[in-house]
Design a protein around this ligand. Sequence first.
Ligand code: NAD
Length: 277
Amino acid sequence: MFGKQDKLINHAMAVVTGAGSGIGRAFAEALAARGGAVVCADINLETAQQTVDRITAAGGRAWALRCDVSVRAEVEALAEQAQALLPEPVSLVINNAGVGVGGKNIGEISLEDWEWTMGINLWGVIYGCHVFAPLLKQQGRGGIINVASSASFAAAPLMGPYNVTKAGVLALSETLAAETAGTGVNVTVLCPTVVNTNIFSAGRIHGGVPPVLNRIIELTGVSAEGVADTTLKALARGQLHVLPQFDARMIWRAKRLLPATYTRGAGLLSRLAAAKL
Ligand SMILES: NC(=O)c1ccc[n+]([C@@H]2O[C@H](COP(=O)([O-])OP(=O)(O)OC[C@H]3O[C@@H](n4cnc5c(N)ncnc54)[C@H](O)[C@@H]3O)[C@@H](O)[C@H]2O)c1
């Protein structure tokens, strides 16, 4: 038998955005393997369907839906369709869809890139919380996982739009956690450093992906599957922040201990690294 909180992640009635790839696919597969029924939403219906095919081939239950999370009406439609498809009311929502943007300083990166990133990474999560939080609160039970990033607090240069959207997701999640405290709804915000997914090839990374990223992936060594499993268990425990890698936890502590020194140091180190490459 599962405890009351384990029910959040076992036999969940789940909606996962950006479920056609990477961390979203890992969340969807993990929930289905735990006996859940999963609506796999993605702007790319073909890859969402591939996730569903993998889940059904493994004996799980899942449905693919096309949804562009940056469009309010599409997220509202997603909620309605999910309620109709799932055998029971939605109990777990994972606002995961996101895109990578970077490679230029603030003032050089285009406003179109800012707007594109804000639409998906920030407004997408705002719409997801706006639409689903009242449903879960009304039920008196449920979970919301928002996928932010350690970029939300790391002040990494050349990633302005991405950092701003993820800082917004962090603040949104913390506020939602405060507002849902005691209501039976758990909120968790995931803040990884680098995870090996398609985000770098699919995004707008000006000047290409820096080779140092591959080295960081080797060193931090956390897979999308590992990140999803850690985060689901954290949600069941009622843990708000998930920093799944050592470097994420180091940056978090350094920033809190010496905020100004950390920030200047991050800038100087990044320029030094760029000059050496
Ligand atoms: N991979 C990393 O290193 C890393 C680190 C920190 C945070 N994240 C965050 O994890 C989340 C998942 O990214 P990933 O690494 O799995 O990348 P990914 O590119 O492998 O997957 C992202 C998925 O989101 C979908 N998507 C893109 N725009 C969308 C939209 N408008 N509406 C709906 N779906 C859309 C894509 O089609 C894709 O299937 C993102 O929010 C990302 O910012 C990733």
